[in-house]
Design a protein around this ligand. Sequence first.
Ligand code: ZN
Ligand code: FE
Ligand code: FE
Ligand code: ZN
Length: 267
Amino acid sequence: MLIDLHMHTSRCGHAEGCPAEYVSAARAAGLDIIAFTDHLALPDGYDPDGEYAMRPHELPEYVAEVQAAARGSSAPRVFLGIEADWVPGHVPDTARALAAHPFDVVLGSVHFLQEWAFDDPARIDGWSLRDVAGAWEEYFSTLVDAASSGLFDVMAHPDLVKKFGHVPPGDLSSLFDDVAGALADAGVAVEVSSAGLRKPCAELYPSDGLLAAFRRAGVPATTSSDAHTPAEVGAGLDEARSALRRAGYESIVYFEAREMREVPLWE
Ligand code: ZN
Ligand code: FE
Ligand code: FE
Ligand code: ZN
């Protein structure tokens, strides 16, 4: 089963293509299951240029558009998802938006440390002010808080903090085991995303080391491209699936009405 549980449309302000184009691309790539996961609107002040996410009033329209695409496609099966940011001061707003629509899957993302959009190339100067090890610590403790919030089904790009190649020296295995244990306790899944292959870090999110820790802790995993153009749908799924196999995974998951469904990895 080829599953791509993370893709965006032009609605978010930094991607191209409409749902119908993504569905055609997914069909051409032979995918079995896809989910649309456009970026949920951010709280006031977090997206001043409208480049990170849809506007709040667009959510019903987005939902209707994806539902129409889903009705029109049996292969691939199309699910209604959303990628929601973890913004600690705004949990009730996020919860309300997520409860207002019948999402199949909610991806949880940490794109901000305090107000710093650390993965935005336009904000890369922030890295020169930071100690890499400190940023990693803050990132992963934020990820654990997000996972533990109960808002999310899948933690997206779980080691996004490495995007521009900032990785602290030394052995990270105890950090990875702590994070994996916390995500297991939180009952969330993680995605293995090929997006990192297309970024300066040039490796999957998560790294092999972190994925192995997830496997040891029993954290379920899914696969995704985080496509921002129709041409990227299904990109790198082979690499993601190979990484899962290397880490010892035998199954992957997808979500329907926010219920986890498990399928064999090699089928
Ligand atoms: Zn995006
Ligand atoms: Fe993201
Ligand atoms: Fe995304
Ligand atoms: Zn993403």
